[in-house]
Each structure stands twice: as C-alpha cells, then as structure tokens.
Design a protein around this ligand. Structure first.
Ligand code: NAP
Length: 350
C-alpha cells in the first residue's frame, strides 16, 4: 500500500480551501494535511479547523513549517513572486515542495528555480494541473490517426466575470508576475497545447489590456512556430471580453484529418476526430466524451507528486520546473513580441 504522506500547506487562501484540501480529503489513503502556515494567521487557524490540523501545527513562519519533521512535503499556494524564496528554503530544509503556477513572477526568478532544482535531488513540482487533464491521453491516441500534424488553433476566450472569486485578490489586480492573467491562467492553456504538440520555438503576438481590474495586459492573439518541426498554429487567450460564450478548444489539423479537444463546457469535455485526407474521403465525425475529473487534473497531479516523493525520485513528476519554465517563457515571448509590434521572438530556452 502507498504510504500516507503528511502535507504542510503554505498559503491557506481560496484555492487551498476550495480545491487542494478537498482533493487531499478525497485521497485520504495517500495524504493527510497536518500543518499550515499563512501570512494572516487567523486565516490559517480557520483553515486548520476545517482540515483537522491541531492548533500547535499552525505555524508563525515558513521556517517552522519547513522544519516540522512530521511534514513529508510542502504544498505552497502563494503569489508567484514568493516561489523562489519558498523553494530555496525547502531545499535547505531537505523538504519536497509543490509550488503553484506560474513557476515564478519573472524569467530571472524562473531561471534561478530551474538552476537550484536541477542541482538538487529533492522533488520540486509546479502545480500546472492541466498537464493531467484526461483529454490529453485520449487526444494523443487519436492524433496518431490524423498525422502528420501541420497546424493548430488554440482558442480560450470568455466574458469578463466581475464576480469571479479569484479576480478580487489584490495580488491579481496588481500583479508582480509578468503577464498578469496571461501567465496566471495562460500557462494552463500552454500546458495543454504543449503536452499534445511539443514546445513553441518562436511567436509573433499582440497583447492588450481590456480591463483595468487585470492590472496589465489580459488578452493575447498570436501565431506560433513549433520548436522541433514545421508545425504552425495560433494561440488566443483572454477572459476579459464583453458578453460572449465561453469557448475553449484546441483544433489540430493533420494531413489525414483533424482532432478537436473542446473544453468549453468544463463538465463535459469532448474529443472529436475526423479522419480522411480530403473532403471526399472524410469519415464521419467521431465524438468521444472525456472521462470526468471533478478536480480538473489536481487529483492525478497530487498522486504523481506522491509517487515522486515516496520513491524519492524527482524525475517521476511530470510538471517539472523545466516544463513550467517553458510555459512562462512563452508568455514572456508574447509580451516581448507585442512590445515590438508583433515582431517574431524566439522563446527563451534553458
Ligand atoms: N491551478 C489552478 O487552477 C489555480 C487556481 C487558483 C489559484 N491557483 C494558485 O494558488 C495560489 C493561491 O491563489 P488563491 O486564488 O488561493 O489566492 P489567495 O486566496 O489570495 O491566496 C494567496 C495566499 O498567499 C498569501 N499571500 C499573499 N500575499 C502575500 C505576501 N505578500 N506574503 C506572504 N503571503 C502572501 C495570502 O496570505 P493572506 O491570507 O495573508 O493574504 C494567501 O494565503 C496562487 O499561486 C495561484 O496561482 C491555482
């Protein structure tokens, strides 16, 4: 039987309470939340009540929770500018750490995180839960039928939602992380596209700020050249528009057909496949329901981190600092390209 790993939560905000804690509770054969630290201690004490953490395991600072010998790993849910200092402390304390996305607030911090995690055997993960969406394996299976792939269109657009619980957080409205919502949410979209099609090589992009509440640019329209092949595509992202239906899809075009991953209805994602090398030979569109995952990738992500920590093998965790670095590097390239009026920009590699 897998060991039960004891989790120390750092940052007991919305996502810790509404998603991470329920996921750990659902998987109580694998995890037990045993300690917490939050800047505002009253919130950590409230969280501790719901989580069943004894009061003497609600700590006053990061060092105390890092040095709690009962804690198997730290799950840190902080604004991205705190990820570097958190990972530095975790590595000094010899404690595995799962950090929320994006990997860092700046490319310099992201580079430093990759450098220090490359040099250590301690498992460090970046919680990009879209890496674990069930639609990815299903789509991959069908991609083999439509190849070779020649292009793609990724579109994730939706209406501005002023009652969104995440929007009111001050660190999102005044972002220190590059790209604001473009990195906060955009790295999820990038994780999906890149998991299916590979890394981006260069981009030409235009970004704009539609809403003052976003604090910075909040929409991107871009064209993409993939790094390792001739595949080209478009990547569009933004949730700051006026009334419009939510539309989240990745359409992949091959010489022998197409695959569409549609996540517009989060409750009922689909993968649609049409095979044939022309209109004349096209088969009937096949529509597959994606296996439901209420956690939207978080539960399989946690189980994957569990495996890496239990086996003391950092390479087992898929959402590594290196892969998350690439996702933030794409956002940085969008911003740089837009600042140069859409000039093509190479995506930084490490
Ligand atoms: N994977 C996903 O789909 C997903 C979804 C939502 C959020 N997230 C991630 O989860 C993390 C938390 O987001 P959230 O939505 O839960 O936001 P939140 O409720 O505002 O939580 C942020 C946490 O960070 C702490 N914090 C903020 N500023 C700080 C500072 N200057 N020094 C120390 N601590 C500080 C807050 O402490 P106080 O209580 O003292 O303010 C709070 O505990 C972020 O990294 C976010 O990207 C991921």
């Amino acid at each position: 039987m897998a060991p039960v790993l004891n989790v120390g939560i750092v940052g007991t905000g919305i996502f810790a309470r509404d998603r991470h804690l329920p996921s750990y509770k659902e998987m109580s054969d694998n995890f037990k939340v045993v300690a917490a630290f939050n800047r505002t201690k009253a919130k950590a004490l409230d969280f501790a009540k719901v989580a069943g953490i004894p009061e003497d395991h609600v700590y006053d600072n990061l060092d105390e929770i890092m040095n709690d010998k009962e804690v198997s790993f730290i799950d840190a849910l902080l604004p991205a500018q705190f990820n570097l200092s958190t990972v530095q402390k975790a590595i000094s304390a010899g404690k595995p750490v799962l950090l929320e996305k994006p990997i860092a607030a700046t490319m310099a911090q992201a580079r430093e995180i990759v450098k220090i995690t490359d040099a250590s055997d301690i498992p460090v993960g970046i919680a990009e839960n879209w890496t674990y969406l069930t639609c990815i394996d299903l789509a991959k299976k069908h991609l083999a039928r439509i190849g070779p792939v020649v292009g793609f269109t990724h579109n994730s657009t939706g209406p501005f939602n002023s009652t969104n619980k995440y929007l009111s957080t001050s660190w999102r409205q005044h972002p220190e992380h590059i790209g604001g919502f473009l990195s906060d949410g955009g790295v999820h979209q990038l994780a999906l596209v890149i998991a299916l099609l590979g890394e981006f090589g260069s981009v030409s992009a235009l970004t704009r700020q539609v809403r003052k509440e976003s604090g910075t640019d909040d929409i991107v329209f871009s064209t993409v050249q993939m790094k390792d092949n001739d595949v080209v595509g478009t990547f569009t992202y933004g949730s700051a528009f006026g009334a419009t239906s939510k539309s989240v899809f990745l359409k992949i075009y091959g010489k022998n057909g197409s695959v569409v991953v549609d996540l517009s209805n989060k409750q009922q994602p689909t993968v649609s496949v049409t095979v044939g090398d022309s209109a004349e030979t096209a088969g009937k569109e096949e529509v597959y329901q994606v296996e439901k995952d209420e956690s939207f990738g978080v539960n399989p992500e946690f189980l994957n981190f569990h495996e890496a920590v239990a086996k003391k093998d950092k390479t087992l965790f898929k959402s590594s600092p290196r892969s998350a670095f690439h996702h933030l590097a794409c956002v940085a390239a969008f911003l740089e390209s837009s600042a140069k009026n859409g000039t093509t920009v190479e995506v930084e590699t490490i």
